[in-house]
Design a protein around this ligand. Structure first.
Ligand code: GRF
Length: 190
């Protein structure tokens, strides 16, 4: 059976993208075929180059008002968002039904939605006095951080923890689980 093809969409530091590249580097199941990024200069582009993965810089107008880069993604089986902050436009959602997945650094449905990214998430968790946080891996739909959940993992928020402490614990969970969950989803594709 030929390799399934993954597109990773990421526009930040790319630590999750790196874990995904590592995981599928020698995989008989799937390979990362392309990285989509909306930020020239983003760390993830260097990481993709390290792994010899082609990159595509997506431009706002074509992404939102044009074809959503569907033609470039022909042959892709699954799109994994890993720090990609733009909402996914309808042409892409239509072309990839239940085949676009996101990871969010909190236990959705809490602490999701527009503006809930990076340190804002962990500060909100802290301000609410939560005793736990975690990650949510979910299908992407037309709203931010909203589609059906696939997987969650939790970590404690100990008394006196800072937002940075929570960020670290959550990132560890992301690195540990995201590639494996993507693999499970790939195995169960129709
Ligand atoms: C992660 O926390 C992920 O949950 C969120 O964006 C962050 C990306 O971090 N969607 P990195 O670029 O993978 O280090």
């Amino acid at each position: 059976m030929p390799h399934l093809q993954i597109a990773v969409a990421a526009s930040g530091a790319g630590s999750n993208a790196r874990k995904i590249f590592e995981h599928f580097q020698q995989s008989p199941l799937a390979r990362v075929a392309v990285v989509l990024c909306n930020k020239p200069g983003a760390g993830v582009l260097n990481i993709a180059a390290e792994y010899g993965i082609p990159t595509l810089i997506v431009e706002r107008d074509r992404f939102f008002k044009g074809d959503g880069y569907v033609p470039e993604l022909k042959g892709i089986d699954l799109i994994a968002l890993a720090g990609f902050l733009w909402k996914v436009p309808q042409p892409l959602l239509d072309a990839f039904p239940r085949r676009i997945i996101n990871i969010h650094p909190a236990l959705l449905p809490k602490y999701g939605g527009k503006g809930m990214y990076g340190h804002y998430v962990h500060e909100a968790v802290l301000a609410a006095g939560e005793t736990e946080s975690g990650i949510t891996i979910h299908y992407v739909d037309d709203q931010y951080d909203h589609g059906d959940s696939i997987f969650q993992a939790r970590c404690a928020v100990p008394a006196g923890a800072s937002a940075t402490d929570i960020a670290q614990a959550v990132l560890q969970l992301e690195h540990r689980y995201y590639p494996a969950v993507l693999e499970d989803v790939l195995r169960s594709l129709p």
